[in-house]
Design a protein around this ligand. Structure first.
Ligand code: XIL
Length: 375
């Protein structure tokens, strides 16, 4: 066996070893799809074999202005979600006017490419238009919320796989006894805004899987424990009152140098969600770098290990139906702005590099699907 082949094997298996932290010497080695067992089989085909979906967040301009990206995206993904185009600040330039151009384009693209389409997001404290804070009050808040849900969901009714109805509503650091985040929705409507939103969502589109999407559920930390406990408490209460919540979203923005993911508390939480009869989606996965060293091979291996370790644990639960990453290429990742490296080196959180070459993270996702139990 030549050194090159040896190294290649090493690279491929590195993306699979749970917890292994590997440093490769020498020059950067690129992962070709043919170097992973199963050859060129796409992530969506590997997922589909197990009854799962694979997809990604995307922006209209990435598909219209970048041919290399636009070639890979539909080849790998069978579910997509607008990264920005369905958020309040994009849809609502003023309180009385609407701009559906970007969202319509993406919804049509999904249909034309036989991809499922996710809606993101109806009730969130971020991405609100500049007029919003001065406009909402306890008198108009209910109408504002319900009017938005019926208009936006109604427009795409029947064409949406799942909708993130509520996003990031739990935030224990805000110190409320119910664990809810202090948001304009909560301040103007009280904690009942969650129930209101889900009931309105079911009326607006009875076919979409109604999802409550949350961040920071994945780590074995005090925050993770608190978020999971409050989440379970709210879900049990709402479901016991017939509120139509059908799935939860695990955002899964992970960190490459943390070693506390996929632990026992998290897995137990997934079991609790499954026992409630809810589906689970990985909605926004990426692996930011934390303090990983600058060396690209080391970084790529650590990030791939996190992908494999996390997805293996998640996919072991039969309630999980889909995995979406928050982008597919390092060329377009929000973490470049939200979590840049201290040394300013370009970040590498996604399965493809800037040139649309698959990285060890791609191999790790592929292997996680290959090794997942069938649904
Ligand atoms: C992010 C987008 O990717 C960024 O471009 C934007 O600046 C901020 O929002 N959780 C979510 C997503 O639910 O909507 C966020 O998307 C990332 C965190």
């Amino acid at each position: 066996m030549t050194e090159g082949v040896d190294r290649r094997r090493f690279l491929i298996t590195a993306g699979m070893g749970a917890g292994a932290c590997l440093a490769l010497g020498g020059s950067a080695i690129r992962l070709a799809a043919s170097q992973v067992e199963g050859g060129m089989a796409s992530l969506k085909d590997r997922a589909a074999k197990k009854g799962l979906l694979y997809g990604s967040a995307v922006l209209q301009r990435e598909l219209t202005q970048d041919p290399a990206f636009a070639a890979v995206f539909p080849q790998q993904c069978d579910i997509m979600v607008p990264e920005l185009e369905l958020k309040w600040d994009h849809l609502r330039p003023t309180p009385t006017t609407w701009d559906f151009a970007g969202a319509d384009w993406l919804s049509n693209y999904a249909q034309q490419n036989q991809m499922k389409f996710r809606g993101h997001t109806l009730v969130w404290q971020d991405a609100l238009p500049s007029w919003f804070a001065g406009y909402i009050n306890p008198q108009n808040a209910k109408e504002l919320l319900l009017g938005h849900i019926s208009k936006v969901m109604g427009r795409y009714a029947g064409k949406v796989h799942s909708w993130d109805v509520v996003n990031e509503a739990i935030w224990p650091p805000d110190k409320r006894p119910d664990g809810l985040r202090d948001t304009p929705w909560l301040r103007n409507l009280g904690a009942g805004y969650i129930e209101l939103a889900f009931r309105a969502a079911q009326q607006a589109d009875p076919h979409a899987l109604l999802t409550w999407n949350e961040n920071w559920l994945e780590e074995e930390t005090a925050l993770g424990d608190a978020k999971r406990a409050f989440f379970v408490q709210h879900l049990k209460d709402l479901l016991s009152r017939g509120v139509p919540i059908q799935a939860i979203g695990l955002q899964s923005h992970l960190i490459g140098d943390h070693n506390n993911i996929a632990g026992p508390h998290f897995r137990q939480f997934l079991g609790q969600i499954q026992d409630m009869g809810l589906k689970i989606l990985v909605t926004e996965m990426d692996v930011r770098e934390g303090n990983l060293p600058n060396d690209i091979n080391t970084r790529d291996q650590s990030i791939a290990n996190i992908y494999y370790e996390y997805l293996s644990a998640v996919l072991a639960n039969p309630a999980v139906i889909a995995v979406l990453t928050w982008g597919i290429s390092d060329k377009y990742t929000w973490t470049a702005q939200s979590n840049p490296r201290a040394d300013k080196a370009p970040v590498r959180p996604l399965p493809y590099d800037q040139n649309m070459t698959p990285k060890p993270a791609w191999g790790a996702i592929a292997r996680a699907f290959d090794n997942a139990p069938s649904r």
